[in-house]
Structure formats: C-alpha cells, structure tokens
Design a protein around this ligand. Structure first.
Ligand code: CU
Ligand code: ZN
Length: 363
C-alpha cells in the first residue's frame, strides 16, 4: 500500500515521503498509527548522535490500531489497540528469561525486520525503519514481539508516550533507582523524560523533588507534575540544592539530558550513600568521570537506566492504569499536536525546546 512516512535520507536531511509498505510477514503486525511521539532520539538519528544506516523511517514511540496480522501471530488481532515498544520482548533470550526484557538480545539497530529484510520501499529502494518500528508514518509493519494490547478506552496520544519517554522516566524512578517514600530527589533536565522521572518520584512518594532546567517554562510544568523545588540551571543548581538540603544533597540524583558535565553536577548533588541514575544518552565519543578516591569513600551507587528497566508487556498497561486513575498525568505532557506533513515544524519546535512532548496524530 501507499502511505506517508517521515524518512531520514542522510545526515541532517529528512522529508515526508509517499512510500510503499509491504503486507506483514509471519510474526509481524500491520498497525494503523493513531499517534506518534516526536522524541529526542528521532532528532539524534537525524543529526547523527545515534548512528544509523540511512535511509530510515523515523519514529519509535507510538500507538495505534491493529489492521492485519501475519501468519502465526497470536498476541493481538485486527481491531486491537496497541502501544509499540522499540525494544522487543522475545521471551526466550538470556535477558528476557531473567526479567530484563529491556535488554532483549533480539534488539538490533540495523533498521531491518527480524528476518533481515525491509517492508518499506521508495522508488524501488529499500528503506530501513528505526528500531523495528519506523512509526512516524501512517502505517507500520512491526514484529509482534514489539507491541502490547492496551484497553480500548485509553487516549492513544497518552498510549503513544508510554512507548518511550514516559516509560523511560517513570521506570527510571520506580524500577531502576527504586525511589523510596519520604526520600529526596533531584532531576536534571525537565523534558519529556525528566518530567516522567518527576512523576515517577511523586508516585513513589518522594517528599521533596528538585527539578532543574534552563527553561522556566518547563520548570513550571515540572511544578504542576510534582516537583516541589524549581531550580533554574543557569544559577549554580548544585549550590542551590546543597543549600536547600543542609549541605547533605539528595537521596536520588537523575540526569535526563545526556551531557557529561550535567551528570557530574547531578552526581555531586547526590548525598553520600545515595543513588545517582544516568538516563540521558550522550555521544559514543564522550566519557563520564568518577573520582577514584571519592567514589568509594562516598559510598554512592552509580546506575545506568535503559528504557526504565521496562518489562513492557507488563509495564505499559500498568502505567496506563496509573494514567486512568489520574496518578500519572500524560495529558499535561502533550503540549502540541501536528499532522504528519508538519513533521519539519515538530522537529524545529523540539530543537527549540518548545514542547514537553509534541505528538503527530493521524485520521
Ligand atoms: Cu524516544
Ligand atoms: Zn529477548
């Protein structure tokens, strides 16, 4: 079939194209997209921070309705509402067997489907898809092990966010760091992921949540979503947090941007014996530094958080139930919706830091 898709052709050049999509093969599902989140990782593909084989259909955060299933697919059927996961859960590999589906060994960034071929084509050329999904498009053919059925009454924009940013952030607080009730938390970066960490910390019962960002606009949203202290990063945030915690620092530090100097600030804002969790993704060429003397002496835990430590088939429905109960505010996080033809504007707004989350919606 013919459809519109946002295709990254080469470094810093992408366009909305009319492409051809093949039907789903065995173990694959055709999804009519209803909502696609515009995530920083899509931008990182465009600008080369995340190296990928071009050309590639962007999109890795989305929700939609199953249109057709390929041979052997049993977990969903036509008409089901689904949220996509950019990491598969094969159920059989070393990590899936140990409850670490976020590290599933079937994950593969080569842009091909599980069988090594592609379903998207443009002028006779094969087009790759981002992380098995490539759902910044009207339709997507994805592996059945990359989606989960969700309740029909959930807003599909909210359901889309759970596919990447929300799960990454909420899970970092609840599952990676395991924030305890009554604790103190500092979150550096109040974009889609940082705001989700703040919500996760609030759900966990944190007593005090410091939000740190350069944008007062984003800090205001952070305040609405549970942050108790709003710290503008332009004004020595480390000094401010230490001053507000009697020089001790917080129990849990988080970095949600991917800048080594900010990880360093967050780590220093974390108290002795506390837990520092790195969620933001930097460049392959960059390094994080720990002081060889102080790291053991301060007894800190330093953690990396991948996809919020998600077991997505369990966690997506769980987070959407928290949304339904009003405990996880996903509506406030969608600050702008776009048509697929407006994708260039969506990325311009993302780069300008205008959105908590921009979402592309389809008919
Ligand atoms: Cu993402
Ligand atoms: Zn696996």
């Amino acid at each position: 079939m013919k459809m519109k898709a946002v295709v990254a052709h080469e470094l810093n050049r992408f366009a909305v194209e009319e492409v051809t999509l093949d039907p789903p093969k065995a173990g694959e599902v055709l999804v009519k997209m209803k909502a696609t989140g515009v995530c920083h990782s899509d931008l990182s593909v465009i600008n080369g921070t995340i190296p990928v084989p071009f050309p590639m259909v962007l999109g890795h955060e989305g929700a939609g309705i199953v249109e057709a299933v390929g041979e052997g697919v049993t977990n969903v059927r036509s008409g089901d509402h689904v949220t996509l996961s950019f990491v598969p859960n094969c159920g059989d590999c070393f990590h899936c067997l140990r409850g670490e589906a976020y590290l599933c060994l079937r994950s593969n960034p080569d842009g091909k489907m599980m069988d090594g071929t592609t379903r998207v084509h443009l002028n006779g050329e094969d087009i790759n898809v981002m992380q098995f999904l490539g759902n910044m498009a009207e339709y997507a053919v994805v592996p059945a092990i990359c989606l989960v059925k969700i309740p029909d009454d959930i807003d599909l924009k909210a359901a889309a966010l759970v596919g990447c940013g929300v799960t990454t952030g909420v899970g970092a607080a609840l599952k990676t760091a395991e924030v305890k009730p009554g604790s103190t938390v500092a979150v550096f970066g109040a974009g889609g992921v940082g705001l989700s960490i703040i919500q996760g910390a609030r759900i966990a019962g944190a007593a005090r949540i410091f939000a740190v960002d350069l944008s007062d606009e984003k800090l205001a949203i952070a305040g609405e979503l549970g942050a108790t202290d709003l710290i503008n990063a332009g004004n020595d945030p480390l000094k401010q947090i230490l001053a507000l915690t009697d020089g001790i620092g917080v129990d849990y530090g988080f970095e949600a941007i991917g800048i080594p100097a900010v990880v360093d600030q967050a780590q220093k804002a974390t108290r002795r014996g506390g837990t520092m969790t790195v969620v933001g993704v930097g460049k392959l060429s960059q390094k994080l530094e720990l002081n060889a003397l102080m790291f053991p002496l301060t007894a800190k835990t330093f953690k990396g958080s991948m996809y919020g430590s998600a077991e997505f088939r369990v966690d997506f429905p769980k987070y959407l139930e928290l949304y339904r109960q009003g405990k996880l505010d996903l509506d406030r996080m969608v600050t702008h919706t776009y048509r697929i033809d407006e994708a260039p504007q969506a990325f311009a707004d993302l780069e300008a830091g205008k959105n908590a989350r921009g979402v592309i919606v389809y008919d």
